[in-house]
Design a protein around this ligand. Structure first.
Ligand SMILES: [Zn+2]
Length: 219
């Protein structure tokens, strides 16, 4: 029942702190909807979501990693968040852990675009998400020796479906694995993708930037 566990909040707080510590405040924001158990208490204000700097809703999704999680509540909150995204026509950044099939089934009920962040599923599922209109977020895991799934996905999926991301402060790429991650590691991830796909770093930077602009309507 208690899936709103302490470590989840610590995780989120740490992430938020990282965002706030940016030397230059971001020009654009991703709205963070705090996941909570009460459907009447989704802390989202129309004014916030309609702000011109708000380009998407994140991180929302399903996390079935912990055994004591209440899947029913997670599904209910996820659906509610997707309804809000659809209503305000905002893209979503989706978290999916040990729940890829169900994440897909729920997303397929909505007319949305966005990114499946830190994608770790199979190539087959990747193709289904792409068909649904989603990009695949690729982070530091791509540089890990044993990350077979994501390497196979990156190799076989067109660059136009890939976004670069950090999941900061987690998942630092090699050779920085274990230290706090930050956006300056993005080029390391780009290099890894470039070598897998046999293209240049510049190609990866150019195409993935265009992909992000397309999803979040940065222009
Ligand atoms: Zn996540």
């Amino acid at each position: 029942m208690d899936w709103n566990k302490k470590d989840f909040f610590l995780h989120e707080r740490k992430k938020r702190k990282t965002r706030i510590n940016l030397t230059h405040p971001p020009r654009l924001l991703l709205i963070v909807i705090t996941i909570c158990q009460n459907k009447h208490n989704l802390p989202i204000k129309k004014r916030t979501i309609n702000n011109s700097k708000s380009v998407g809703i994140c991180e929302i999704g399903l996390d079935y990693h912990y055994e004591d999680t209440d899947k029913e509540i997670q599904r209910m909150v996820f659906n509610r968040q997707l309804e809000i995204a659809e209503k305000f026509n905002k893209p979503v950044v989706v978290h999916s852990r040990d729940s890829i099939g169900e994440t897909y089934n729920i997303l397929s009920k909505y007319n949305l675009k966005g990114s499946i962040h830190c994608y770790s599923g199979s190539l087959e599922m990747a193709k289904l998400f792409i068909k649904l209109g989603y990009k695949l977020g690729v982070g530091g895991i791509i540089t890990f020796k044993n990350a077979k799934n994501i390497k196979e996905v990156v190799k076989n999926v067109d660059l136009s479906y890939i976004l670069l991301e950090t999941d900061s402060p987690y998942l630092s790429p090699e050779p920085y694995r274990g230290s706090e991650n930050n956006p300056s590691n993005i080029p390391v991830i780009a290099e890894s993708i470039a070598s897998i796909k046999g293209v240049t770093n510049i190609d990866v930077a150019r195409v993935t930037t265009a992909n992000a602009e397309e999803v979040f309507d940065f222009l």
